[in-house]
Design a protein around this ligand. Structure first.
Ligand code: GDP
Length: 453
């Protein structure tokens, strides 16, 4: 297999930039582009050791650098890996990479380091898939899920189901071969119990999928309300900045301001929209139209009302738009009034929160309402979680086959028929963990990675 090289740090200037080289010639190639101060060669040091020196291209010195060696199989990819850490300028890292390529390495494909890790048995396919989620995690909870999977959480859960089924299939095939032998463990109760356990475990994984996605990807959230109710102030409170323009002139947020905030570990992709109101102003009406569209497409709507003013026609229009949406009614400016009549809002929102966006009072109540509404509050991020459609599809296929197996057992079909269903369930689970995934499935997964990962 070829020796690959890529810049593994981000494509922006930074303190340190790392060029990673992996493959059977990694050490030789690294030694030809790195010269240590001590005069020692990378080939002469042990794994997990580093040398300080210079990255060079022939006679040209490129940068001062550190070379870190991981010897096969104790490396990320399972191959010999050398990481050359230099200063994190885009030009420098590219220049060091070019030197590595001239010395015989080939440019790594997107995700090729992780693909090699998978192919060399360093991680299963779900672990490999979680690498991208880990890199792109924007909140603590998303990071926990991805790390749990990288460490084998999902793999172990799936393996537990498939191992049990494989064992039952082995007993069944022994029974088919030697029908007159007693096989104690093979009773239809035992078999039925294993199938039921598998159905329940897969059902749980599938049911948790949508909530897991919310935690992993974040939630598209629209802040809506008529002008001047305090949408921008709320957005600023949540994001902790002054990005939205806050003024006392109604209609100043003319377009959509976007930001990403973390609320109780959950990432909200917020957009503060133009107020929803009837308007003759041509520019503003485009903003209003967009706000309505945004509201319709949002996964979560924060509908803001002004506690210091009675409900207006625009408020009522908004209430109607929020029908059948995942919406929280927010009664803002509670610092200005003691009592606020909420009956009309109570009837129309599953959750109502009283806050003062100006003073910050009630932010914790809003957090609680969001997690309750999204169902993320009691989500166990340490439990095995499915993180993409491919995994979901595999679980659904396995579940369907197990349901058929259960039915075949219940209606007294032959054990052959049960075996066929179990075989199909196991097949789907092995595709999920990558033990039986085709090249095209594997290639498709890694094609979505970035180069250097
Ligand atoms: P938007 O048009 O809905 O985005 O409203 P803004 O966020 O621009 O706020 C309009 C006005 O209401 C500004 O003067 C804010 O300072 C004020 N405001 C916003 N929230 C509160 C609040 O909780 N209490 C008080 N007293 N004023 C607020």
């Amino acid at each position: 297999m070829s020796t690959i090289a890529a810049v593994s740090t981000g494509m922006a200037a930074g303190g340190i930039g790392i060029v990673r080289i992996s493959g059977e010639n990694a050490i030789k190639i690294a030694d030809s582009i790195f010269s240590s101060v001590s005069g020692r060669k990378i080939a002469d040091i042990s794994g997990y050791c580093a040398l300080y020196g210079k990255a060079v291209d022939g006679e040209t010195v490129l940068d001062t650098a550190v070379a870190l060696l991981f010897r096969a199989p104790k490396s990320y990819t399972g191959e010999d890996v050398v990481e050359i850490s230099c200063h994190g300028g885009l030009y420098i890292t590219k220049r060091v990479l070019r030197a590595a390529l001239s010395a015989g390495a080939v440019p790594a494909e997107p995700g090729e380091f992780t693909k090699r890790a998978f192919l060399n048995g360093k991680m299963d396919l779900t672990g490999a898939e979680s690498v991208m989620n880990l890199i792109s995690a924007q909140g603590e909870e998303a990071e926990k899920i991805a790390l749990g999977i990288l460490e084998g959480g999902l793999f172990k859960e799936i393996k537990k189901i498939s191992d049990k089924l494989l064992y039952d299939m082995a007993l069944l095939s022994a029974w088919v071969d030697y029908p007159y032998e007693e096989i104690d463990e093979l009773s239809s109760e035992n078999l039925g119990g294993d199938i039921r356990n598998g159905i329940e475990s897969l059902g749980k994984l599938i049911n948790n999928y949508d909530t897991g996605r919310i935690i992993i990807e974040g939630v598209d959230t629209a802040i809506v309300g008529r002008p001047n109710v305090g949408k921008s102030t709320l957005m600023n409170l949540l994001s902790g900045t002054d990005r939205s323009i806050v003024t006392e002139i109604a209609g100043t947020t003319r377009d959509i301001v976007e930001d990403t905030v973390t609320l109780d570990g959950i990432v909200l992709h917020l957009s503060d929209t133009a107020g929803v109101r009837e308007t003759d102003d041509a520019v503003e009406s485009i903003g209003v139209e967009r706000a309505v569209k945004r509201l319709e497409n949002a996964q979560l709507v924060l509908a803001v009302f002004d506690a210091s003013r009675p409900l207006s026609d625009d408020d009522r229009r908004l209430i109607a738009l929020c029908k059948n949406k995942n919406a929280i009614g927010i009664i803002n400016k509670t610092d200005l009034v003691e009592n606020y009549l909420t009956d009309e809002l109570k009837e129309n929102f599953r959750k109502l929160v009283f806050i003062s966006a100006k003073t910050g009072d009630g932010k914790d109540r809003l957090e609680q309402a969001v997690t309750e509404l999204l169902g993320t509050g009691n989500f166990d991020t340490s439990a095995a979680t499915l993180i993409n459609e491919r995994q979901l599809e595999c679980c659904k296929n396995a579940l369907k086959a197990l349901n058929e197996a259960e039915e075949a057992l219940n209606i007294g079909l032959t054990m052959d028929a049960v075996t066929v269903c179990l075989d199909s369930a196991v097949e789907s689970l092995l595709v999920l963990t990558g033990e039986k995934a085709t090249d095209s499935v594997v290639n498709e997964i890694f094609a979505h990675f970035c180069v250097g990962k």
